[in-house]
Design a protein around this ligand. Structure first.
Ligand code: UGA
Length: 436
């Protein structure tokens, strides 16, 4: 089957490469000539473990190609995926659908065979209806069906998530749409990945509901961690204790500095906007968004407290280990590190930092932070060290060396990757999240 993927960003490229790996013929399309040129040279526009090898193999086998020409790219495709960005619209937090609508218009004008048009971008409820209207008004003589097929890929684990999904959600309104989508996902379906077929609107909402629920779960455990610190309990035990209840589940209960990234912050805001438009408030998500936002700066204040409070902190130096919103990505979008560094510099603290992949993108966002070439050079002369992202590279630091290099042995572990007793046995003052 031929598949066209319009938009060769994170979602489009990972999905396109995986579909090709299943044996489909895939053309990834993007307006950005430099991105397509780079892909032709085997250079990935994003950092995602395993993606370059997957792309290389499938390009070599002739199943994956790249173009900037949409009309050419979609020719003969049974499924045309729209995987362009839906950033937060400036001002109101609504998802900006201008790219999705522009692709729908161009597809309508250039369609040369019957095809299913699939929105893979995260789009608010009703977007499929609008895409259908746009295609209808193009006057195309070809049969088409508009389907919703949200993605549930985590950055850093996207290929595994695509190939071994918990479920595949398809929102379709007719048999043509359902049948083509079953054929697209047949390889996974045969592998026993559950396929959930719903209406288009339900499918669109599932994506937002899933991300909002996960954001809520994280925020719940983060507030529980704050309470643990006050009452002398251990949040990791509390997570384990509640997670063993199958109705709750153990995942996404790691307390930390707050969620970030390109999805949860944007999607929770967009969901609230939809809720407002339909006069159906989701107050729990309103609270999640506010709580998570204020938590990021609170983490900066936690580091200042570890330095002895705001007066003592002025003029001191903090080393941040990890800047990206999570490990195994170079993505800095809405990373807690940004607010933490800002709170520290606002308080007169100088900041050095090291991140295995994120420093290039971090540099322009945090101009006041000195980027270092490894964790130990960041730590040199620091009055406190804060672990912000749980990269594997920070899990087994040479603590004796760290103590020697740092000016004072103060470790603030915002991801709980160390055991308090271990760290203290090296003579550190150790602060973590939700552990008294
Ligand atoms: C998230 C969802 O997990 C994916 O299913 C979804 O497809 C994707 O958004 C999307 O909508 O495209 P992602 O943003 O890549 O994926 O990252 P996650 O692994 O979900 O982490 C998000 C944030 O939550 C990170 O800042 C992470 O540190 C934080 N987190 C996660 C916690 O603080 N605690 C946890 O227990 C889990």
């Amino acid at each position: 089957m031929k598949i066209a993927m319009v938009g060769s960003g994170y979602v489009g490229l990972v999905s396109g490469a995986c579909f090709a790996d299943f044996g489909h013929d895939v053309v990834c399309i993007d307006k950005d000539q430099s991105k397509i040129d780079a892909l032709h040279d085997g250079i990935m526009p994003i950092y995602e473990p395993g993606l370059d090898a997957l792309v290389e193999t499938n390009v070599a086998s002739g199943r994956l190609s790249f173009t900037t020409n949409l009309a050419e790219g979609i020719k003969g495709a049974s499924a045309i995926f729209i995987a362009v960005g839906t950033p937060s619209r400036r001002g109101d937090g609504h998802a900006d659908l201008s790219f999705v609508h522009a692709v729908a218009r161009e597809v309508g004008e250039t369609l040369s065979n019957d095809a299913v048009i699939v929105t893979k971008s995260t789009v608010p409820v009703g977007t499929g209806d609008e895409v259908e209207r746009i295609l209808q008004s193009s006057g195309t003589p070809h049969k088409f069906s508009v389907v919703s097929n949200p993605e549930f890929l985590r950055e850093g684990a996207a290929i595994g998530d695509f190939k071994r999904p918990d479920r595949i959600v398809i929102g379709a309104e007719d048999d043509f749409g359902r049948d083509v989508m079953r054929a697209v996902y047949r390889p996974l379906f045969l592998n026993e990945s559950p396929l959930l077929i719903t209406s288009r609107r339900s499918s669109e909402l599932i994506k937002y509901a899933a991300n909002a629920f996960l954001a809520t779960k994280i925020t719940f455990i983060n507030e529980m961690a704050d309470l643990c610190e006050k009452v002398g309990a251990n949040v990791q035990d509390v997570s384990r204790g509640i997670g063993m209840d199958n109705r709750i589940g153990s995942k996404f209960l790691h307390a930390g500095p707050g969620y970030g990234g390109s999805c949860f912050p944007k999607d929770t805001l967009a969901l609230l906007k939809t809720a407002e438009d339909y006069d159906s408030p989701i107050r729990i998500v309103e609270a999640v968004v506010k709580t998570n936002e204020s938590r990021k700066r609170a983490m900066g204040r936690k580091v200042i407290e570890a330095l002895g409070g705001s007066d003592a902190a002025r003029g001191k130096k903090v080393a941040l280990l990890g800047l990206t919103f999570k490990p195994n990505t170079d993505d800095m979008r809405d990373s807690p590190a940004i607010a933490i560094a800002q709170t520290l510099t606002d308080g007169g603290v100088s900041v050095s930092a090291y991140d295995p992949e994120g420093m290039e993108l971090a540099r322009p966002i945090m101009p006041e932070v000195t980027m270092c070439q490894d964790p130990y050079s960041a730590i040199e002369g620091a009055d406190a060290i804060a672990i912000v992202t749980e990269w594997d590279a920070f899990r087994a630091l040479d603590l004796a060396r760290v103590k020697e290099l740092a000016k004072s042995p103060v470790l603030v572990d915002l991801r709980n990757i160390y055991q308090p007793d271990d760290v203290r046995s090296f003579g550190f003052t150790y602060h973590s999240i939700g552990r008294a």
